[in-house]
Design a protein around this ligand. Structure first.
Ligand code: ZN
Length: 188
């Protein structure tokens, strides 16, 4: 119960319910869960280039020859990459920040993968950066900060079109809304 209660979104009641579920479940299914937990830490890591999930040093998107390397889409979380991939509308590369700027929570540029993004942009020939951070206060602040950092590099920055629920999270947007927001993106 204690361990499950540490997971995000799991309160004491849910931790209790899950514990009893595990207690009653057949041995094989519990072993399968335990093995997956161990395997995810042993086999999965974050991509050296974009910080999305990877099985080796670099992820399947960064190593794919079918992706357009001149466009970079900046998102907050790995789950946002999955949401955008589901739309099938985007064929460029990504950069996962692993959060958004939030001074109240002590999250400044140093806590996110921003330095890595700027290093990457100096090294790689990118013509457009799509700032696809969440349409909430932290996401907007992060996009504005990044646009400011990008302008001396001479890189065009764009922001997803409105239509995404304000204050919402990208990963929960439905595919059609997200696809429309992509095609309607405007220069920052
Ligand atoms: Zn990658």
């Amino acid at each position: 119960m204690e361990e499950l209660g540490r997971l995000p979104g799991i309160g004491p009641k849910t931790a209790q319910r899950l514990s009893f579920f595990i207690l009653r479940a057949p041995r094989e299914s519990v072993e399968r869960l335990a093995t997956s937990l161990i395997e995810v830490k042993a086999r999965i890591r974050f991509c050296d280039d974009c910080f999305f999930i990877a099985e080796g040093e670099r992820c399947a998107i960064c190593t794919s020859s079918r992706r357009d390397r001149s466009v970079l889409c900046v998102v907050e979380e790995p789950l946002d990459v999955l949401a955008i991939e589901r739309t099938g509308e985007y064929h460029g590369l990504y950069h996962v920040l692993h959060g958004a700027l939030s001074p109240i929570d002590g999250i400044g540029p140093g806590e996110l993968k921003i330095r890595e993004l700027l290093t990457r942009l100096r090294r790689q020939a990118v013509s457009e950066v799509i700032l696809a951070t969440d349409p909430d206060m932290e996401g907007e602040a992060t996009a504005a900060y990044l646009a400011e950092q990008l302008s001396p590099l001479g890189i065009r920055a764009s922001r997803l079109a409105h239509g995404l629920p304000v204050g919402g999270e990208l990963e929960y947007a439905d595919e059609l809304t997200l696809a429309r927001a992509f095609s309607g993106r405007r220069e920052f």
